[in-house]
Design a protein around this ligand. Sequence first.
Ligand code: PMP
Length: 455
Amino acid sequence: MINTKEIQAIDSAHYMHPFTDHKSLSDKGSRIITKADGIYIWDSTGEKILDAMSGLWCVNVGYGRKELVDAAAKQMLELPYYNSFFQTTNVPAVKLAEKIIKLAGDDYSHVFFSSSGSESNDTNVRMVRHYWATLGQPERTVIISRNNAYHGSTLVGSSLGGMGGMHAQGGMISGIEHIEQPYHYGMAPNQDRDAFGIEAAGWLEKKILEVGADKVAAFIGEPVQGAGGVIIPPKTYWPEIQRICDKYGILLICDEVICGFGRLGKWFGSQLLGCKPDLMTFAKGVTSGYIPLGGVVVGKRVAKVLIEQGGEFNHGYTYSGHPTACAVALANIEIMEREGLVDKVLNETGPYLAQKYAELAKHPLVGGAETLGLVAGFVLMKDKSNHVHFDEEVGVGMICRGHCFANGLIMRAVGDRMIIAPPLVITKVQIDEMVALIQKCLDATLADLKKQGIM
Ligand code: PMP
């Protein structure tokens, strides 16, 4: 039996958590997660919690999959590790690269492996700059991204990202420009959604012209922004972004770290949203989070130049093509294929969640409820009929998250947006259970706000 207080004390004394205010965490004590199965996790007090965030958007096949454990164990006994630096390779990495290219489609030919989304985006920056330098255009270095984007926490990842709080700590690398995000409900709720999508994509063209097209290497974006609060762009957005990138010959990078591997009901989000990126970042769902693995799917346009003319690409990680991680990824993809999880999201659970969220939208606190596949979000609104938000100091997202914590539900708060991304194995019955819990937490939040005199 775990001694909760003792582990909390050691946690507080020695363990530095990511994205955490340690002073306030120490006062409260961390919640100790001890085991997991399917879509549920348990804490050290024995409480069962529905994990509507799939860990951190990654446990796509759910917890407790022995097949993944067996794949890791088998590979570890055979060849736990070897690198691919010195004209060597390994079977799981080769097979996984081949498999990912099959899933990505005919426009892609190669995969570069890393261990995380952040490292993969570092790879993208070096790869696109190397690409243009190889083509004799070394001045093409600028990468355009978006405000409120999330591309990782290394200095390159955070520079690409559009999170002011991250830029303020540690600075930014040079050559990154940002445009506004395509957040229809937050920016232009009264404008026609499709027209807003075209307008928002047009901000890219404006920025290209401002920087000078001959200086721009690439545009990067998440098909659906995740950590920024599940911002689902209008359907006109990505085709228009593609058109603009094509017009100026600029490379398109889709950061598929969340959207890839089935989250939106296709293997990659861009396959649903109508664009064909030159590079796709992946991580998380490729192994369902059981072991760290990430990478970049490289389109033929880039691969051809790098392979035929690029010489040595001075880039790589100790764990690039890690055999054990790749073996787990292969087993994970096999499960997803066998259980038809991607189609299930597209045709069954995704539409069902959309239907449930349409009902949830009637709640007095819920504004702008939207889903796509198995991601969903809404905004907690003070007076939604007049589009009035809560004051920031109310911290309404945190109040709601507190009620989720207390009621056995993991739902994430991003400012006043409440977001979910449940495991892709979630059933319709479990969606009912999840949405009933969300409803309960919203009711508790509303009662709390009334009691405090905020509403
Ligand atoms: N890109 C996106 C779109 C992400 O959501 C994340 C992580 N949430 C990352 C990159 C960074 O991935 P990692 O934390 O594995 O470095």
